[in-house]
Design a protein around this ligand. Sequence first.
Ligand SMILES: NC(=O)c1ccc[n+]([C@@H]2O[C@H](COP(=O)([O-])OP(=O)(O)OC[C@H]3O[C@@H](n4cnc5c(N)ncnc54)[C@H](OP(=O)(O)O)[C@@H]3O)[C@@H](O)[C@H]2O)c1
Length: 275
Amino acid sequence: MVGIFSLVTGMVGPSGFGSSTTAEQVTEGIDASNLTIIITGGASGIGLETARVLALRKAHVIIAARNMESAKEAKQLILEDNESARVDTMKLDLCSIKSVRSFVENFLALNLPLNILINNAGVMFCPFQLSQDGIEMQFATNHLGHFLLTNLLLDKMKQTAKSTGIEGRIINLSSIAHTYTYEEGIRLDNINDQIGYSDKKAYGQSKLANILHSNELSRRLKEEGVNITANSVHPGVIMTPLMRHSSLLMRSCNNMLCCSASKLERGNWEVLFGL
Ligand SMILES: NC(=O)c1ccc[n+]([C@@H]2O[C@H](COP(=O)([O-])OP(=O)(O)OC[C@H]3O[C@@H](n4cnc5c(N)ncnc54)[C@H](OP(=O)(O)O)[C@@H]3O)[C@@H](O)[C@H]2O)c1
């Protein structure tokens, strides 16, 4: 991750890329035509830009979204730029266990390979609410939904990695906000405590869970000798609809620091695109 100074100035790092480098620049010359990629929340913000550029590099991209109207618009946007893009959309609501299971069932029925899973969707700082399954919303969406999705898709990813010889990748979009969480880290015994709820700490808690998930999964995959890596990434500060529950002050600060989703920093694109 580049520091604040480099982030604001766009100064390049040792790799020759900086915060003003675009995803297109980072992936220039890459042929991803042999890759099938699922990206959650690929209908907006970072997910949309990731989907667009991966499709530009000829990958088959599946946008998994809760709002199919937005997903359709996202696909249209990508196709306007690149009419040969291979982009499909599928319904996935991460805060519903039923929806995650049904997404996986539908995906497996397509009999496609799966090389890369980008767990990108997320909500931030929302007021206290419970998911359909009765779990605090930020934890349910940002961590639990992705945790279940990953587990249910893992066999497919292992089969793909084995049959193609291509290293599989699982990427969890986390955040520097993982450092700002409840005193006990993750409130596993008290996840639905409304009285002590902090919208910021609940977000941090869910992002910490993303990192722990990647770390433990990575350890297990190595132990098993499976040709798949698991990583988490902080994407930088990017002005997206994610900020909808942020205060005006925070949004203004972010605005000063932020880059657009098409100008993510090199180090993080490397992880996102598995370079
Ligand atoms: N932007 C930043 O500065 C920043 C910094 C650090 C980390 N991140 C992380 O980066 C990731 C992407 O964020 P972003 O900034 O691109 O935000 P964004 O534009 O709001 O995108 C988030 C996506 O997640 C989707 N989503 C939310 N709840 C969902 C659910 N229950 N099921 C399925 N999809 C759901 C949203 O769909 P709807 O459009 O339907 O809401 C949206 O498409 C997040 O995990 C975030 O925590 C972002």
